[in-house]
Design a binder for this molecule. Sequence first.
Ligand SMILES: [Zn+2]
Length: 97
Amino acid sequence: MSLKTLVPQNTREAPFVPMRATFIAPTLLPVCCVCGLIRDDNSFPPSLDCWLTQRTYREAHGIDPTEIALTHTYCPECFRKAQNTAQQYFREIRTSP
Ligand SMILES: [Zn+2]
């Protein structure tokens, strides 16, 4: 057995390992007040809108979201629905005598 088979040819090339962001548990967890999805501000790779169920949040971060204080917001889909409902309401007010 030669030394070449034991030593990698290019020792400068490190295997690709994706970077992981350090997870810091939030003090307030933003939850959609309609559907209950949790906004994951610590998603990796970072994205503007990452919404998880309680189960996927627990699996992703190892933290039970029911143990964190909640703050309520709208997920994009529920926000669109609420916005449409409000627009419909004001349209009806304007057209009624
Ligand atoms: Zn929602």
